[in-house]
Design a protein around this ligand. Sequence first.
Ligand code: NAD
Length: 267
Amino acid sequence: MRDAMGDLDAIAGRHVLVTGAGSGIGASVARRLGRAGARVTLAGRREAPLRAVAADLPDGAAHVVAGFDVTDPQAIADGLAGARAAFGPVSILVNNAGAAETAPFGRTSLAQWQSVIAVDLTSVFLVTQAVLPDLEAGGAGGRIVNIASTAGLVGYRYVSAYCAAKHGVIGLTRSLALELARTGITVNAICPGYTDTPLVREAIAAIIAKTGRTEAEVLAEMTAGNPQRRLVDPDEMAETVAWVVSPGAASINGQAIAVAGGEVMVG
Ligand code: NAD
């Protein structure tokens, strides 16, 4: 198959592991790569949403791993064993699972801080280290894609823990890209701006409940920083991931690519 974004033939049949694949960006990425012929392990905590996404993939293209809490090394090891038994060694890893918590810095508790760092940063360390032997055995063409955030590139108010975690993901991405460069495996971060997913819809609902503002007002405020004045579509994130994992992107390494309509222009 030729693809507008590059030659995706080479990902047909390859084993892609997507974390947090039951919703939002992870679900779009899983559907996109499944349609391109990859065999996709959909990893996440809850089975029902993962099964619903799996039903959108071609027959035999999806393996569901529920109970895959990205903060739990044992759950990762167990899930990975099942994924390998189903589809063989992983050759493309998409670290997508994450969560955002909002609080002024002075009112961020240590428990909140530790939880955000665990879900958004330590998770990437744990899953990547567990999958790395597969990637190294597979050699050139292996891909690690970390879904970071524009909050990994610049600061935002009231999300200090999340910003710290996502900046950390980008640091990890850059270091590992250098460590693996000679193997032909690439490591990149994709940095979404506000994207239309359950994570953002829940944030909008919380702001409406707290402030009594209308949805249109909250959306306008949220998209004010994006020069295109809109939320990013999760399918746009999936297209970017599809490009980064394609063979034509072999020289894209250690990058933090903003997908945010021009909101952030540093890297
Ligand atoms: P989402 O809430 O739809 O998806 C996040 C997924 O991660 C969910 O399926 C959730 O269940 C899963 N998850 C959370 N904690 C987990 C854990 N401990 N173990 C396993 N899975 C867990 O939101 P999304 O917007 O699709 O988020 C995907 C990624 O994109 C996240 O890393 C998020 O930080 C990042 N991101 C999103 C936006 C945005 O505006 N939506 C912007 C920048 C970055």
